[in-house]
Design a protein around this ligand. Structure first.
Ligand code: PEP
Ligand code: MG
Length: 902
């Protein structure tokens, strides 16, 4: 952004729309939308995210900004008939952050800007309340002091507590005008002491400083942590909204609240939200005072309630989705302060999507776009079994569903520290605030004893898909002493295991066992989606997945090496196996036979060892082919370095030494030790493995191919329809593949002849080595299919040893923004993705009918699935539990949905 003459940095609410989130931020865009819908929004203007980016880059605002703010402020003053900070009748404004992506509570808001020692008199005169004017002023000094001047917020909290204590009260509502004046004086003294200057008395200076503080809060620690987790780009910047103040703290006929057009927890239709009388702005969201359910508003102020219901219905129809709303009632008049498409739990997302289809607001394509694979994965987490011997301690509010078990911890730091050493923890707090974010991320779940479903803990936990029980008021939480006391007197200290159920709000001492949720039982075939047994959620998931299957182009297979996994994968909707790893089949009792194979000194010994392994291998394949009858089963020939099947060097050395010490001679152990030494590799992942093994260990691959072919022949004779595919790992040069292909075809032909059956099997290769990518056109001449082994391909592209690097330095890389997510989790499109694309093009250039799939972990990762769709693969293959996720994301990719959902 150049910042030259023509740039518009400021937009009036009347000038924008909900489509302009990137420029105006979500809050600004939606305030503009509501303004244009004619809803009661206090007038104001938005300073763009461009201006924020300019500020962050230049450490100063764009030169034209001050004039543009003046212009819009003047218009605002005109509309309100008041002047900012006018001593007689001041216009006051709030200064609110608002990025394109919602970042609940992560950045700053300053209310009541424009109040000074002088204009406070005007506010008192106009409102007719000295108390109100002092209360508004103390809020300004407090928020401004903390947010804009960077003073430790605790100093203000403590000063306020002190005055309350001196007055013998524990609610700020008990403080009268005189007490609040005292508070303001103390706050001002804090400012002077810590900033070396007095609290600014120039309203415009207050406004400009507050705007810059919002820009700065983009890079606050908690905002950075949140963005990293939510994968929000670090350079997006925030907009700033300057809004005429309306007051919810003018008396009991005023108040402030939060509303949802549907229950964000379950998706149920109705009136959900919280209301707090005689309160301002953040009081509700902060969960500091206890709110009443929104339905109570009907009895408090029937007119305002009716009007609010009307606005809610209007917004939902307009946005065609669940909206959440912040509103204020000022002396009976309703004002809308914010709306957005609301965050919701995974279950609510599915249920709402199908409800909206039934209500005719969206079509089924859109319903598929509205849910995500991550949400579906959450629905597949286990849930608590009722009963057991854990003691129920209490019930709180079911703020964010899930079953969390872990040791109770009472601070964010402890949560991070204990989780870092592998402990599962549940973070217990009186209420959470944005400083607890790191602990919330580290914990399995969050438990608070204050605040409602719209408290910070609840909102943030839902956004993260983290289990949360909030407002468990019966618990006496003592964070300083690191314990809480249940109503029956049970004391739970830091380190004790507790279980919390975010779907029911129940809290137990001890570990409650878990069971599969209804969605998994549906996938397993135990619940018929058309029967009475199926709940709403199962029906919604069924409808959405059925539609995703209808529209998707990508096939979905599973990675499975046992008949059990194959059968489950099939129930979960897999159309075949994309990777059957054979290494697991050589472990356990069979390790002995592999040792014998490795120790074989001549052909006869080797043949004998292979002959012993062959029937066992055949049995493995028989069961897998049966489970996947009629569907392709891609069997990968042995891949890992052989020493993985040999005993550990140290263990073996000790065994030999001990035998020697006893005067015995263990010949086999001696020979094994020699073999282990001989096979030692400095970099085994780059050593003798994959196709290289097949080329240097005579008969190994042939034995595996024979087992596959004989199993297929036997299935065929039994009336089955086996569809084996043979896959060669770690190929780098076409010559490697040609040699193994020739051997494989010979064995297949022999078995056909011996067994008198017709057998065909596709023979293909994995693409895991950069050289294979670069020579994909050649390799394709010897391959019927390619399957991208993106685990190895990532490892070899980055030069990262995948077994070592994640623990060693990934957190440093994530912190420094070198990548925003591990490339082993989500495909690195720019690097590894470019290689995949190159191999697709190369392979198809010489072999247009080449079948293309992926079987690395990325095959079940939502973001990566979209990439594989775009690049034109035929299928993805992933672990059985990820199959439904891949089906859904493949459907969403075909419908052009964004990965993160709408
Ligand atoms: C891969 O490299 O992506 C792959 C599937 O093989 P493995 O993880 O078994 O090396
Ligand atoms: Mg591999």
């Amino acid at each position: 952004m150049s910042g030259t003459g023509a740039t518009t940095w400021v937009y009036d609410f009347g000038q924008g729309s909900k489509e302009q989130k990137d420029l105006l931020g979500g809050k600004g865009a939606n305030l503009a939308e509501m303004t244009n819908l004619g809803l009661p929004v206090p007038p104001g203007f938005t300073i763009t995210t461009d201006a924020c980016r300019y500020f962050l880059a230049h450490r100063s605002t764009p030169p034209e900004l001050a004039d543009q703010v003046t212009e819009h402020l003047t218009a605002l003053e005109k509309a309100m008939g008041k002047t900012l900070g006018d001593p007689a009748d001041p216009l006051l404004v709030s200064v609110r952050s608002g990025a394109a992506a919602s970042m609940p509570g992560m950045m700053e808001t300053v209310l009541n800007v424009g109040l000074t020692d002088e204009s406070r008199h005007g506010l008192a005169a106009q409102s007719g309340s000295e108390r109100f004017a002092w209360d508004s002023y103390r809020r300004l000094v407090q928020m401004f002091g903390k947010t804009v001047l960077g003073i430790d917020g605790d100093l203000f909290e403590r000063a306020l507590e002190e005055v309350k204590r001196e007055q013998g009260s524990d609610s700020d509502l008990d403080l009268d005008a005189g007490h609040l004046e005292d508070v303001v004086r103390r706050f001002q003294a804090i400012v002077t002491e810590h900033c070396g200057r007095d609290f600014p008395q120039d309203p415009r200076e207050q406004l400009d400083l507050a705007i810059n503080a919002v820009f700065d809060s983009w890079n606050s620690e908690r905002a950075v942590i949140y963005r990293r987790r939510e994968r929000i780009p670090a350079d997006a910047g925030t907009a700033v909204n300057v809004v005429a103040m309306v007051f919810g703290n003018l008396g009991m006929d005023s108040g402030t609240g939060v509303a949802f057009t549907r229950d964000p927890g379950s998706g149920e239709q109705g009136v959900y939200g919280d209301y707090l009388q005689n309160a301002q702005g953040e009081d509700v969201v902060a969960g500091i005072r206890n709110t009443v359910p929104l339905t109570e508003l009907e009895h408090i102020d029937a007119d305002a309630y009716r009007q609010l219901r009307g606005v809610m219905a209007r917004l939902e129809a307009h946005y065609r989705d669940l909206c959440d709303i912040e509103f204020t009632i000022e002396r009976g008049k309703l004002w809308m302060l914010q709306t957005r498409v609301g965050k919701r739990t995974a279950a609510a997302a599915f249920r709402i999507a199908t409800q909206l289809v039934d209500e005719g607001l969206i079509d089924t394509d859109e319903a598929v776009r509205r849910v995500t694979g991550d949400q579906l994965a959450q629905l597949m987490f286990p849930r608590f079994v009722s009963g057991g011997d854990a003691t129920e301690l209490t019930r709180g509010m079911n703020a964010s569903p899930g079953a969390a078990v872990g040791r109770a911890v009472f601070s964010s730091e402890t949560a991070v520290e204990w989780a870092g050493r592998g402990e599962r923890v549940v973070l217990v707090r009186r209420e959470t605030n944005p400083d607890d974010l790191a602990g919330m991320i580290a914990a399995e779940g969050v438990l608070t004893n204050r605040g409602g479903k719209t408290s910070h803990a609840a909102v943030v936990a839902r956004g993260m898909g983290k289990t949360c029980v909030c407002g468990a008021e019966e618990l006496d939480v003592d964070t300083a002493a690191r314990r809480f006391t249940a109503p029956d007197g049970t004391v739970v200290s830091e380190g004790d295991v507790i279980s919390i159920d975010g779907s029911t709000g129940r809290v137990w001492l001890g570990e409650v066992p878990v069971e599969p949720p209804s969605v998994v039982r549906y996938f397993e075939g135990a619940i018929d989606p058309d029967s009475e047994q199926a709940d709403d959620l199962v029906r919604s998931v069924h409808r959405i997945l059925t539609h995703a299957d209808r529209v998707r182009r990508l096939g979905v297979r599973a990675n499975a090496d046992t008949a059990g996994d194959a059968a489950r994968a099939r129930r979960f909707g897999a159309h075949g196996i994309g990777l059957c790893r054979t290494e697991h089949m050589f472990l356990g009792d069979r390790r002995q036979l592999v040792e014998t194979l490795i120790l074989a000194e001549d052909d006869a010994d080797r043949q004998a060892a292979l002959a012993a392994l062959a029937p066992l291998q055949k049995q493995d394949f028989l069961h897998i082919f049966a489970a996947m009858d009629g569907l392709p089963v891609t069997v990968r020939l042995l891949d890992p370095p052989l020493h993985e099947f040999l005993p550990d060097l140290t263990e073996l050395s000790v065994r030999v030494a001990m035998a020697q010490a006893r005067g015995e001679h263990d010949e086999r152990a001696h020979r094994l030790l020699a073999a282990v030494h001989a096979m030692h590799e400095e970099n085994p992942m780059l050593g003798l493995r994959g196709v290289r093994l097949g080329l240097v260990v005579p008969g190994l691959f042939a034995m595996q191919v024979r087992a596959i072919a004989e199993a297929a022949a036997e299935r065929r004779r039994a009336g089955g329809d086996p569809r084996p595919e043979i896959m060669i790992p770690l190929v780098s040069a076409v010559q490697e593949l040609e040699a193994i292909r020739e051997e494989t075809e010979e064995v297949l032909a022999q078995v056909c002849e011996e067994q008198g059956v017709e057998l065909t099997a596709h023979i293909g290769t994995m693409i895991e080595v950069p050289r294979a990518v670069v020579t994909a056109d050649e390799i394709a001449t010897a391959a019927d299919f390619f399957s991208f082994g993106t685990n190895d391909l990532t490892q070899m592209t980055w030069g990262f040893s995948r077994d070592d690097v994640e623990a060693a330095f990934f957190s440093a890389y994530l912190e420094r923004g070198i990548f925003s997510v591990s490339p082993f989790e989500t495909l690195d499109r720019a690097g590894v993705g470019a290689l995949v694309r190159m191999a697709v093009e190369g392979g198809r250039s010489t072999r247009p009918d080449l079948k293309l799939g992926v079987c690395g972990e990325h095959g079940g990762d939502p973001d990566s699935v979209h990439f594989f769709h775009d690049v034109g693969l035929d299928y993805v293959s992933c672990s059985p539990f990820r199959v439904p996720v891949a089906r859904l994301e493949a459907g969403r990719a075909a419908l052009g949905a964004e990965r993160a959902g709408s």
